[in-house]
Ligand binder design. Structure first.
Ligand code: CTP
Length: 400
């Protein structure tokens, strides 16, 4: 068997089925082996040929399931093959069957015949989703540790209603796939509260001009996603961002270092694990003009004041059961300053980032780092996606 990861995608009968094509195509391009099952109803929306073409493997339907064959039953074969099962879109019908352990087609039989984690991406009209029977089935199903979920989004639905019911976007489903392949569905942060800061802070001189940096917050967003899939309750304090965090992550937007400091301090005492991934501006203009300054009134030199070091303050308040992690974005020698910051800021661990290396700077989708901890452990992480880096950091901190 090849080393490639093995993802089985079960497509239900909903209009969101078309979005699954992008998930399959992206996974295939990333080197993942993908197999697809279409329910009878799914084939009203996309065809087996679509899935076959995108996954480079014949798609499975109920026709294959019921066809007399002397081979091993297809649901057993597929159930054993899959490392991860994704059901997208999950319809009210399939949800009801799974909640009650029913199996009358290839998809539901394969779910029962497998042991791997299952990622559910429900999609339906708002009334259908909110129907008490559907909600009952959903609550019952997600109590089972095997089932993970992504979505539901709110927006314009195919029924022309605006409301809850949209399937998660492909990018969110892909983040779920990547997370569950890494963690194998383990919820090693279940019951833990994880507090993360990310992005840049802006120190304004007047309402339009500020001192800032190019950090986009993608690393902290990835950490939040990774921690959520591992069972944590996540709070993400972030500077100005162009992304939206997926559902299930509490977000607190801030602008300045002072606002970030206030939010981090107010959530810190509850947190089991705190990660400062934010690129906090180190200084702010000493004066703030509440009206936009005309060009002629701009000072020729700025008087700057230091902003508080949030991580140092958190380190001073840290209780023995709490873990505190920092980042050190460095150029040149990354290790010496990272060891120094780990000690001075009383951290349990630090991720030292060489921001001058290709594919690991601000705004990039990939990263590389050396993790250090207070016990003197050191782990080098080769360039990888920020989501993978997030999981490696959590593994390092939890001790996996
Ligand atoms: N940090 C912070 N508050 C600040 C500055 C930094 O909490 N005012 C945090 C960052 O979020 C990061 C860590 O401290 O987790 C290290 O940040 P970095 O900018 O690398 O270090 P500094 O302490 O600012 O040191 P220097 O800029 O001199 O390298």
């Amino acid at each position: 068997m090849s080393d490639a990861r093995r993802v089985l995608i079960g497509v239900g009968g909903g209009i969101a089925a078309y979005k699954v094509c992008e998930v399959v195509s992206t996974l295939f391009k990333a080197g993942v082996q993908v197999r697809g099952i279409l329910t009878q109803a799914a084939q009203e929306f996309i065809t087996p040929l679509t899935l076959t073409t995108l996954s480079r493997h014949p798609a499975y339907t109920d026709e294959v399931f019921w066809k007399p064959s002397h081979q091993r039953p297809v649901h057993i074969e597929l159930g054993e093959w899959a490392e991860l099962l994704v059901i997208a879109p999950l319809t009210a019908n399939t949800l009801g069957k799974l909640a009650h352990g029913l199996a009358d087609n290839l998809l539901t039989n394969t779910v029962l015949a497998s042991r791997c984690p299952v990622l559910l991406a429900p999609a339906m009209n708002t009334e259908m989703w909110e129907a008490s029977s559907v909600q009952r089935n959903w609550q019952q199903l997600v109590q089972d540790a095997r089932y993970h979920s992504v979505g539901l989004g709110t927006g314009l639905l195919a029924c022309d209603r605006v409301g809850v019911g949209r399937m998660a976007e492909p990018v969110e489903i892909l983040a779920g796939v990547s997370s569950l392949l890494h963690s194998k569905g383990k919820r090693d942060l279940l019951g833990k509260k994880v507090l993360i800061s990310t992005g840049s802070t802006r120190e304004h001189l007047d309402p339009v001009r500020f001192i800032g940096n190019p950090s986009t917050g993608k690393m902290g967003l990835a950490l939040a996603q990774a921690a959520k899939y591992r069972g944590a309750k996540v709070t993400l304090v972030h500077g100005p961002a162009t992304w939206e965090a997926p559902l299930g992550i509490q977000t607190i937007p801030v602008v300045s270092a002072a606002e970030m400091q206030q939010e981090m301090l107010s959530s810190f005492s509850d947190a089991d694990l705190t990660i400062m991934a934010a690129a906090v501006a180190d200084v702010k203009p000493a004066e703030y003009a509440s009206e936009k300054l005309p060009k002629q009134s701009l000072p020729s030199a700025l008087t700057l004041e230091a902003v508080p070091d949030i991580l140092v303050e958190l380190g001073n308040r840290k209780q023995p059961h709490q873990r505190l992690i920092g980042f050190a974005a460095q150029t040149g020698d990354i290790l010496t300053p990272a060891w120094e910051k780990l000690k001075r800021k009383q951290l349990d661990a630090i991720a030292a980032n060489p921001i001058d290396q290709p594919g690991s700077g601000f705004g990039s989708d990939t990263n590389q780092a050396i993790f250090l901890d207070a016990q003197g452990r050191q782990q080098q992480i080769a360039p990888c996606s920020k989501l993978e880096m997030a999981h490696y950091l959590l593994d390092f901190v939890i001790g996996n």
